[in-house]
Design a protein around this ligand. Structure first.
Ligand code: PLP
Length: 398
C-alpha cells in the first residue's frame, strides 16, 4: 500500500543527528541565529524568531500583542483543532468564521460577518498552502482597526504577487513540524514587522532552557516510525489501525503520543536549525517539484473526485494533496485500500472547529468531503503510475 504520508530523511540529516547526540548543544545559539537570519532574508521580514512549535509562536503573538480575557479572535472554522484550547486558556474568545468550500480558506465576507466591537484580531490561515485573500483581509482589518495574524503553518514559500505570505499581517506563525513544508522534527517561527512584539518575543525566548535533547528524542522516534511506514508491514497495520473498530482509539492515542513528544517551552535546538537551513535552501525547488507532481496526479481525478482550487489568490506552496469527494465517503477508505492507496478522511485531514456552533456549513462540508491522497518526495515512478491508475478507478467506480 502507498502510505498517505512519508517524511524526507537525508544522509546528511542522519549524520548530523548522530553528531548532535555526541556533542549535545554545542554551537546551538549561533546555528539558531543563522537559521533565523536565513528565514528573515527568504521572507523579507525584519524579525524572525525560532520557537518550540507553531502553537508556541501563536502563544507569543497573542501575549505580545496584548490580547486578553474578553477579546475576540476570529479563527477559520476549518483548521487545526488544537489551537482553540490555547486561545480559550487566555480568556480570549475564538469566533469561527466559515471557509469558502472552493478554496478551504476564509473570505472577506465570512470574516466581516463575524466582526463585533470586541474583535481584536483575525487569525487567517493559508490552508494546504493556498494563499487566502490576504489583501482583502488586510483592508478589512485596517477598516475595523483589528490586527491581522497569519497562520502560515502550511504555507512556507507561498506568495501573493511575488510577496511571501507571512509578511502581510502584523505577525505570522509558521510550523516546522515533521510533515510541514520546512520540516525540522518540530519547531516554529514567529515572524513580525512590529518592533514591540519582536522585543517581547526576544525577552521571552531568552529565558528558555535548551531544547537539544527534546529535539533529538523526537527525531529518533519519528525516524523509527518512518522505517515502519516504509516497510511492508505498513499495509496490514494501516488496515487494522484505520478499521472502524480501532480508528477512533488509534487517532486519540496517536495525538496523545505526538503531544508528549512535542517540545514544551524550550529553545529551538542547533540540530533543528542546521536541518532548517538545509531545507529552506531547497524549499522553492521542493514546492515546484511537488506542485508539478500534484498537478500530474490531479489530472486523474474525475467524477465525484475533484481537485481543490489552488491558485485563485496567489502562488501556492505544496502542503498535502487534498481533493474533494462529492458524496458519501464511508466506503472510500476500504476502496482505496483495495487499490493500494492509503486515503486520509475527516479529522485525519483537518478539524471542523465550529462543530459546536453548527452554523459554518462550509467547514462542515469540508470535514465530510475533503480527503488527503499520497503525494510526497521520494515516490517512485512506478508508484506514481499505480496511484494515477488507482485514482481513475476510484472515480469511475462510484
Ligand atoms: C500544524 C499547524 C499549526 C501549528 O503547528 P505546530 O507546530 O504543530 O504547533 C497551526 N495551524 C495549522 C493549520 C496547522 O496545521
Amino acid at each position: 500500500m502507498i502510505p498517505r504520508r512519508r517524511i524526507r530523511i537525508d544522509a546528511a540529516d542522519l549524520a548530523d543527528l548522530l553528531r548532535s547526540i555526541w556533542r549535545r548543544g554545542a554551537q546551538a545559539r549561533a546555528d539558531v541565529a543563522a537559521f533565523e537570519s536565513d528565514a528573515a532574508s527568504y521572507l523579507g521580514s525584519p524579525h524572525v524568531f525560532a520557537t518550540a512549535s507553531g502553537r508556541d509562536a501563536l502563544d507569543l503573538i497573542l501575549d505580545g500583542l496584548g490580547l486578553a480575557a474578553g477579546d475576540e479572535l476570529i479563527v477559520p472554522a476549518y483548521t487545526l483543532g488544537e489551537l482553540l484550547p490555547r486561545i480559550s486558556a487566555r480568556g480570549i474568545v475564538p469566533v469561527p468564521a466559515d471557509i469558502d468550500p472552493a478554496t478551504l480558506n476564509l473570505t472577506v465576507a465570512s470574516v466581516a460577518a463575524r466582526v463585533s466591537p470586541n474583535t481584536r484580531a483575525v487569525l487567517a490561515a493559508h490552508l494546504f498552502g493556498t494563499p487566502c485573500d490576504i489583501r482583502g483581509l488586510c483592508a478589512l482589518a485596517e477598516r475595523h482597526g483589528f490586527a491581522l495574524i497569519e497562520d502560515c503553518a502550511h504555507a512556507f514559500g507561498a506568495r501573493v504577487d511575488g510577496k511571501p505570505v507571512g509578511t502581510f499581517g502584523i505577525a505570522a506563525l509558521f510550523s516546522l513540524e515533521v510533515n510541514k513544508p520546512v520540516a525540522t522534527f518540530g519547531g516554529g517561527l514567529l515572524v513580525t514587522r512590529d518592533a514591540v512584539l519582536a522585543a517581547f518575543a526576544e525577552a521571552a525566548l531568552r529565558q528558555r532552557p535548551g531544547g537539544e535533547w527534546a529535539a533529538v528524542r523526537k527525531a529518533v522516534t519519528k525516524i523509527g516510525e518512518e522505517l515502519l511506514v516504509r516497510s511492508p508491514l505498513y499495509g496490514p497495520l494501516a488496515k487494522m489501525l484505520f478499521s472502524d473498530s480501532l480508528r477512533g482509539r488509534f487517532e486519540r492515542f496517536y495525538r496523545r503520543t505526538h503531544d508528549r513528544l512535542r517540545a514544551g517551552p524550550v529553545s529551538y535546538s542547533g540540530f533543528q536549525a542546521r536541518l532548517g537551513r538545509r531545507r529552506l535552501a531547497r524549499l522553492d525547488a521542493r514546492n515546484v517539484e511537488l506542485n508539478a507532481l500534484r498537478a500530474q496526479l490531479a489530472a486523474s481525478l474525475a467524477g465525484p473526485l475533484s481537485n481543490v482550487v489552488r491558485d485563485r489568490d496567489g502562488e501556492p506552496c505544496f502542503y498535502n494533496f487534498v481533493a474533494r469527494w462529492a458524496g458519501d465517503t464511508s466506503a472510500l477508505r476500504r476502496r482505496g485500500q483495495q487499490l493500494g492507496i492509503d486515503i486520509a478522511l475527516g479529522s485525519e485531514v483537518m478539524d471542523d472547529v465550529a462543530a459546536q456552533l453548527g452554523d459554518c456549513p462550509g467547514a462542515a462540508a469540508a470535514l465530510r468531503e475533503v480527503i488527503q491522497l499520497p503525494c510526497y518526495e521520494g515516490l517512485a515512478a512506478g508508484q506514481v503510475a499505480r496511484l494515477a491508475a488507482g485514482l481513475r478507478a476510484l472515480a469511475g467506480a462510484a
